[in-house]
Design a protein around this ligand. Sequence first.
Ligand code: SF4
Ligand code: SF4
Ligand code: FES
Length: 252
Amino acid sequence: MADEKKNIMDEIAEANKSVVTGIDEKDILHWIHISILGKKYRVPAGLTIMQAMEFAGYRFIRSCGCRAGFCGACTTVYRIEGDYRLKTALACQTRAEDGMYLVQIPFTPAQRANYDIEQLSPSIESLLRIYPEILKCLGCNTCTKACPQEIDVMEYIACGKRGDIEKMAEISFDCIQCGLCAIRCPAELAQYNYAQFARRLHGKYQLSIPEHLQKRIEEIRQGKFESELKRLMSAPVEELRKIYTSRVIEKE
Ligand code: SF4
Ligand code: SF4
Ligand code: FES
């Protein structure tokens, strides 16, 4: 069984070499050594952590989505040899370094509440009703240091504690729900779920619906786009691609 696994991993590694680097192994001049889940590998310098792992033979079926820093799936915890600090990163956005000890965190089992937003308001009362544990924040700033998006996580939690839903929504706007703040929090909070809650409240109760959006919703309700939608649903992929790339993008 062990042999069978090794062979499959070797095959994947072999297949990935040309895909990841685009050049022959003999032509690669600079190599680094990294450790993945406790096993050492030699990989070409200059790859992202994700590419380096693929070069080493790992095939991502979890912990990988957009490969572009948006989906938050490729969360990684690492330490560099000789440094006591545990660091966090997105594997698709961070370059692999010599001496990295890496582990992927495919999923953070953080609590997310169910609620009926119609029964709530953008207030401290609503926030504390749904997520009372937010008051347990110790103000240690570990979450901010862990955030690959460089969001001031501790600050948006502080905004929540004083009921400033608008500011909480604003500060957390670039959150990609990766969960790295939550896995490091000594108070065991799920910061990003509270921030998502704040953004939902803010969007529903504090922002006004732009006039053109209201008009478009009305047109959809009246069935103005029904026949066009039906046509798109049955169009071949090539035609869809053409329509997508030549679409007119709305100006801000
Ligand atoms: S890591 Fe947790 S306890 Fe520390 S500041 Fe962030 S939310 Fe508060
Ligand atoms: S706030 Fe938390 S979940 Fe959001 S991007 Fe930063 S670390 Fe990830
Ligand atoms: S794969 Fe989506 S953020 Fe890295």
